[in-house]
Design a protein around this ligand. Structure first.
Ligand code: NCD
Length: 312
């Protein structure tokens, strides 16, 4: 294969989060994604930069789009990909995260992608395996590749991140997507708003340089980007939540409420969507407003970019 493009280096050897990335790192990842996005439109989508390399996807939580996206990205780059099936692994026999990581590390992977319910799982694994680790969503901490693909999607609509008003709306307390997006957008000088009902107020709110709102219509007023979040039921134990109908009435995004945002505002959602809970059914599918499918498409290119930069 003739290399058509130089793969840049970034300041980090693992992708734990956006918080410790430099602005330059983010720009390099997003720039390279352009190259893979156009490759992904060709009939032959293979670009075997990682031929002979082994990538392990270690997902301890359910996932459809993120797992498939990482798998497709790695395969298009020619890597050998192993998805660890937790249901059939020794974790079901009581093996610890430490021992699982040690076992996988002994098989000499070139990169491990990890999703886990604990806030520092990717760092724990990186201390054991001798290769780069990418966090594919951990606890309520970070989900860096989601924020990168969200930023990529926004930029692709000819919007400059600087000075953009971005309203992140819904279950802020339990969302790693919100935290990674905050770090990225704040570094890029966007104006970030957190819009949430009181019961989803983030406990670590003091850490963020954001305007806050408790009313959706006010929170998205004049916004360029409206980013909706799923209610993370799997991370909620003690809260007394309203019925899904009441939540939709108060906090669901509808055509009517969206009128308060800019007329060309983009609607994002990381998926999976709960239709008519976080977002009105028809609006989710309206390609003049919603870029949810573009987020999924761009996710593959952005992850190809991350994988080829991290495995060098
Ligand atoms: C997100 C996640 O798992 O954090 N989903 C995703 O990766 N596309 C958000 C969610 O599950 O709501």
């Amino acid at each position: 294969m003739v290399n058509e493009i130089d793969i840049p280096k970034i300041s980090q050897s693992h992708l734990f989060g956006i918080k410790n990335l430099e602005i330059d790192d983010i720009k390099k990842i997003l720039d390279l994604a352009n190259f893979f996005k156009s490759k992904n439109k060709e009939k032959n989508k293979n670009y075997p930069l990682l031929k002979g390399r082994t990538i392990i996807n270690l997902f301890f939580e359910p996932s459809t789009r993120t797992l498939i996206s990482f798998e497709i990205a790695a395969k298009r780059l020619g890597a050998d990909v192993i998805n660890v099936n937790i249901e059939r692994s020794s974790l079901r026999k009581g093996e610890s995260l430490h021992d699982t990581a040690q076992t996988l590390g002994a098989m000499n992977p070139d990169l491990v992608v990890v999703r886990h319910g604990t806030n520092d799982a990717s760092k724990q694994i990186a201390q054991i395996v001798k290769c780069p680790v990418i966090n594919a969503g951990e606890g309520i901490n970070e989900h860096p590749t989601q924020a990168l693909l969200d930023a990529y999607t926004i930029i692709n609509h000819n919007k400059k991140l600087e000075d953009l008003i971005v309203a992140i709306c819904g279950d802020l307390e339990h969302s790693r997507v919100a935290r990674s997006n905050y770090y990225l957008l704040d570094k890029m000088k966007s104006k970030v708003r957190f819009v949430y009902p009181e019961y989803f107020k983030p406990k670590d709110l003091h850490k963020y340089n954001v305007e806050t709102f408790n009313n959706l219509k006010d929170g998205i007023a004049n916004a360029d980007i409206v980013m909706m979040l799923r209610i993370q039921n799997e991370r909620i134990s003690e809260l007394n939540l309203p019925s899904t109908q009441d939540y939709f009435n108060q906090f669901g995004l509808t055509y009517e409420k969206l009128k308060s945002a800019k007329s060309d505002a983009l609607v994002l959602h990381p998926g999976p969507i709960n239709r008519n809970v976080e977002i009105e059914d028809r609006l989710a599918d309206d390609i003049d407003k919603s870029v949810i499918n573009e987020q999924v498409e761009n996710g593959v290119a952005v992850r190809m970019s991350c994988l080829s930069i991290m495995v060098q």
